[in-house]
Design a protein around this ligand. Structure first.
Ligand code: NAD
Ligand code: MG
Length: 394
């Protein structure tokens, strides 16, 4: 029986994780649930899963949850950063699902890594921001970090076990690997006339053709910034050089990514687009458990197609790749600016095509500096949000 803490329990990944736990109830126990402010959703989860702890980042929400919990519910409600870090690092916590959206996930995720936990990493923004610091922390503590992001999980599954066990500092050349092929669907606007993109609505941007996800990552998928963040995420997880990582647009989302070997072999991982598969893979690795996912039916799939990414259509993808090669300061700035820009787009303050402009304007204002500590990273994140805020209000 493994005790799991789910950061971002009320979100889309949180729901998929709880579904996999329910399918494998004899092996996993919901020990702690963490969310920002959705009281009604958290109340429902507490009643069903009876976690030992429910943590709400928002204090008012924590108080409301305390009042609403039925008297026979065993759950203790907590709030405040100290209590969150204590929950993530306590001895009883064995597995941490890191599925808070955005930069807010960095501190608790890194705390789990530093505490040497088994960390199932969905929160790509945390790795994009902290890069080398995150990898070094995992190496120092012995934390097992497993990639939940479907592409990275696919790549992980296509790699030899020695590479799987040395994520972050593996040498792909030593294992005959020539390229990592990161696939992406291209999102809802892959074929929409570029001239019409300026007027698309948040509802249209959030309507992904293949995946059901939270609003931020859905918008990121529509701009392909998501693939850009994933490119940076892959750079750190698989320790790739610039020419080892390629983006391939594959609209059907059946292949979730591939690894190309020196001898001409390409190994792909396939499945229905359902996050319960990579989540179950990370939970059980190196074993396999039932994820509750429909088996892939190739006769229904019919055709698989592939095209090169169009960087004119997806300037955010080009910018993220550029930032990746500039270095960690640049990726931290782009990540923070993008989070602000996406929130402004969802709030109706800016247009869809403004997202890329705000990200680019923020990156242009980057001064070189060094990111040695978590504090340095958080300070740069804050500074980039000021740049983005100014660009949004212009
Ligand atoms: P979501 O919007 O559905 O859920 C976000 C969760 O984070 C909620 O539980 C919310 O309460 C919590 N949260 C938000 N702000 C917080 C804060 N300040 N402090 C603490 N908790 C906070 O998002 P999602 O789609 O589940 O995505 C979560 C993460 O997983 C993202 O980083 C995303 O990129 C990644 N991811 C998601 C998918 C997917 O299919 N949804 C796939 C791959 C990766
Ligand atoms: Mg992904």
């Amino acid at each position: 029986m493994q005790n799991m803490v789910i950061l971002g329990a009320t979100g889309s990944i949180g729901a998929s994780t709880l579904a996999v736990i329910a399918t494998n109830a004899a092996a996993y126990r919901v020990y702690g649930l963490v969310a920002n402010s959705s009281v009604a959703k958290m109340l429902e989860l507490c009643v069903v899963h009876q976690p030992v702890y429910a943590h709400m980042v928002d204090e008012t929400a924590a108080n409301a949850l305390k009042d609403a919990l039925p008297s026979d519910c065993v759950t203790k409600v907590t709030t405040g950063e100290e209590a969150l870090l204590e929950l993530v690092t306590r001895a009883e916590t064995q597995v941490v699902m890191a599925a808070i959206v955005g930069a807010a996930g960095l501190v608790p995720t890194l705390a789990a890594v530093n505490a040497g936990k088994r960390v199932l990493l969905a929160n790509k923004e945390a790795l994009v921001m902290s890069g080398q610091l995150f990898i070094n922390a995992a190496r120092a503590s012995g934390a097992v970090v497993l990639p939940v992001d479907s592409e990275h999980n696919a790549i992980f599954q296509c790699l030899p076990s020695q590479v799987q066990q040395s994520l972050g500092y593996c040498n792909l050349d030593d294992h005959g690997i020539s390229h990592i092929l990161l696939t992406g669907s291209g999102g809802p606007f892959l074929t929409k006339p570029i001239a019409e993109l300026a007027s698309v609505t948040p509802a249209q941007a959030c309507k992904h053709p293949n995946w059901s996800m939270g609003p931020k990552i859905s918008v990121d998928s529509a701009t392909m910034m998501n693939k850009g963040l994933e490119y940076i995420e892959a750079r750190w997880l698989f320790n790739t050089r610039q020419n080892q990582l390629k983006v391939v647009v594959h609209p059907q989302s059946v292949i979730h990514s591939m690894v190309q070997y020196r001898d001409g072999s390409v190994i792909a991982q396939m499945g229905n687009p359902d996050m319960r598969t990579p989540i179950a893979n990370c939970m059980a690795y190196p074993h396999r458990i039932d994820a509750g996912v429909e088996p892939l039916d190739f006769f229904k799939v019919g055709q698989l197609s592939f095209v090169e990414p169009d960087y004119d259509r997806f300037p955010c993808l080009a910018l993220a790749i550029e930032a990746c090669h500039l270095g960690q300061e640049a990726t931290t700035v782009v990540n923070a600016a993008n989070e602000m820009a996406v929130a402004a787009f969802l709030a109706g303050q800016i247009s869809f095509t403004d997202i890329a402009k705000i990200n680019e304007a923020s990156l242009k204002r980057l001064h070189s500096g060094k990111l040695n500590t978590l504090e340095d990273i958080l300070a740069l994140d804050k500074q980039a949000r000021i740049y983005a805020h100014e660009a949004i209000n212009q």
